[in-house]
Design a protein around this ligand. Structure first.
Ligand code: NAP
Length: 487
């Protein structure tokens, strides 16, 4: 990788303010998601290294907590500025490791910087409360204090934004943190740490422990069972989230989980069809369909379903597939063979259950982990895609007849992260927004994420919120102070 600032390309992990190898000198290879060529090596750390990172964060905590919020804010803001200045380099890394098209990687860097900026500002607004007393000789106060050492375990699909979303909130609150990035995308994580160091973050406040997939479970368990770690923030699959929550129970730590989704995208007959198709493409095909808020089930009111599916297929056929750093590419590779196999399984199942493939349906001629953007009409509730997150470039269109029916269909899932609907009826907009059992609802838009709003899910999609006014409270404890006074 040729970066403008080659010093951002780190091959060591970051613990206690030092760049270091694994205790046993083990390494793991990072590959280009499109070509599968090696692009770097990082330490393959084990439990002893994770323990060191926890201790470094614990050592740094008392001092970081005492630094006034104003100064923490200044450092976070500086970090944000440096991330923005390095946007092109970071975007190149994200595309190389994760495969998303360069314009999307640039948008991710902007999104990540947005969290650093937002929480730099929020750091100064960690207000408490003064409560009217229940007795004349008492004064009641509530203050917010940092919870302590926090740990973040993050996925590959937003390698910069998921770290920024957690670290900015934790550091703003006065917590210190260790991050375990996904093994596919450690270079972006390490580049972010290099920029944090450059911004003047004291040693030990942010630590990055890189691993390969074989050591993740052991390190996850160690983090969960450590009594020094007081908060765990995880973004990833529901299966792993449940496991980590169970492991964390023994030390009763604060757990925040951003897990999988199965987003419905509902188009009513009164919707603007063109706008709905445009929104559908944004909500489905970003990052080749590998986002947790990706639309997974397209419910379209009759008699529009066929017209919608045809128009969607026509528009999607114009999306260019290829390596993310090629001009004009809109769909990159999938992250791995397992991801590819899941999309294939969903296509085969939909076909076997009577669905009609209007576009795609196969591995792409480019080979590797590329899959053709796919549109399937005539989807039904019995299909796997109705119940499982595909996490790939596959849009399945389910026809429906009326509002009560589609509310029941949309809510018939264990997940509850993002949901979307298109309608021009204002009363329906309120009815639907209130009836959808989801943490987030997009109305007449396929793009809803922003650092300024609370992001998160209900049911098996998670616990807690990130971003917004709420994000910092995941890393704070409320302390109630009751003062007896002489009258
Ligand atoms: P994943 O398998 O759960 O992995 C996520 C992270 O957890 C990776 O760093 C992974 O490292 C690590 N991990 C896996 N098993 C672990 C264990 N036993 N202990 C500790 N760490 C462990 O998820 P993924 O397939 O990479 O990501 C896709 C999923 O994330 C989708 O379900 C998506 O919806 C969800 N997601 C949710 C959000 C949200 O905000 N709600 C955002 C993005 C993605 P290894 O790979 O080394 O195992």
């Amino acid at each position: 990788m040729q970066l403008a600032d080659q010093t951002l390309l780190r091959t060591e992990a970051f613990i206690g303010g030092r760049w270091c190898p694994a205790a046993d000198n083990g390494e793991t290879e990072v590959v280009n998601a499109a070509s599968r060529d090696p692009i770097g090596r990082v330490p393959n750390m084990g439990p002893a290294d994770a323990e060191r990172a926890i201790n470094a964060a614990a050592t740094a905590f008392p001092q970081w907590k005492r630094i006034v919020a104003y100064e923490r804010s200044v450092i976070l803001r500086r970090w944000c500025d440096l991330v923005r200045e390095s946007a092109d380099d970071l975007a190149q890394m994200i595309t190389a490791e994760g495969g998303k098209p360069l314009p999307e990687s640039r948008a991710e860097v902007a999104y990540a910087a947005g969290f650093l900026e937002w929480f730099a500002e929020e750091a100064r607004r960690a207000y408490g409360d003064v409560i009217p007393p229940h007795q004349a000789d008492k004064r009641l106060l509530v203050v917010r204090q940092p919870i302590g050492v926090a740990a973040a375990i993050t996925p590959w699909n937003f390698p910069a934004a998921m770290i920024a979303r957690k670290a900015a909130a934790a550091l703003a609150a006065g917590c210190t943190m260790l991050v375990k990035p996904a093994p596919q995308t450690p270079l972006t994580a390490l580049a972010l740490a290099a920029l944090a160091e450059r911004a003047g973050l004291p040693a030990g406040v942010l630590n990055v422990v890189t691993t390969d997939a074989s050591t993740s479970p052991e390190i996850g368990k160690l983090i969960c069972e450590s009594s020094l770690v007081r908060a765990l923030s995880f973004t990833g699959s529901t299966t792993v989230g449940k496991l980590l929550a169970a492991q964390a129970a023994a030390t009763v730590k604060k757990v925040s989980l951003e897990l999988g989704g199965n987003a419905p995208f509902i188009v009513f007959a009164d919707a603007d069809l063109e706008a709905a198709v445009e929104g559908a493409i944004a909500a489905k095909f970003r990052n080749a369909g590998q986002t947790c808020i990706c639309a997974n089930r397209f419910y379209v009111q009759q008699p529009l379903a066929d017209a919608f599916a045809r128009l969607l297929a026509e528009r999607v056929s114009g999306l260019k597939v290829g390596a993310g750093d090629t001009d004009g590419v809109a769909i990159g590779p999938l992250i791995d063979e397992r991801g590819l196999a899941k999309v294939e399984r969903h296509v085969a199942d939909a076909q076997a259950c009577g669905g009609t493939i209007l576009l795609g349906g196969h591995r792409h001629a480019l080979g590797g982990t590329f899959f053709e953007p796919t549109v399937i009409a005539g989807a039904t509730s019995g299909m796997q895609i109705a119940h499982e997150e595909t996490f790939g470039p596959l849009a399945a269109v389910f026809p429906f007849t009326d509002e009560p029916e589609v509310i029941a269909l949309a809510n018939a899932t264990e997940y509850g992260l993002a949901s979307y609907f298109y309608s021009r009826d204002l009363s329906r907009a309120f009815r639907m927004a209130e009836a959808l059992d989801y943490g987030m609802v997009g109305i007449n838009t396929g793009m809803l994420s922003t650092p300024t709003a609370p992001f998160g899910g209900v049911k098996a999609s998670g616990i807690g919120r990130e971003g917004g006014r709420e994000g910092m409270s995941e890393y704070q404890e409320l302390k109630y102070i009751c003062l007896g006074i002489d009258e």
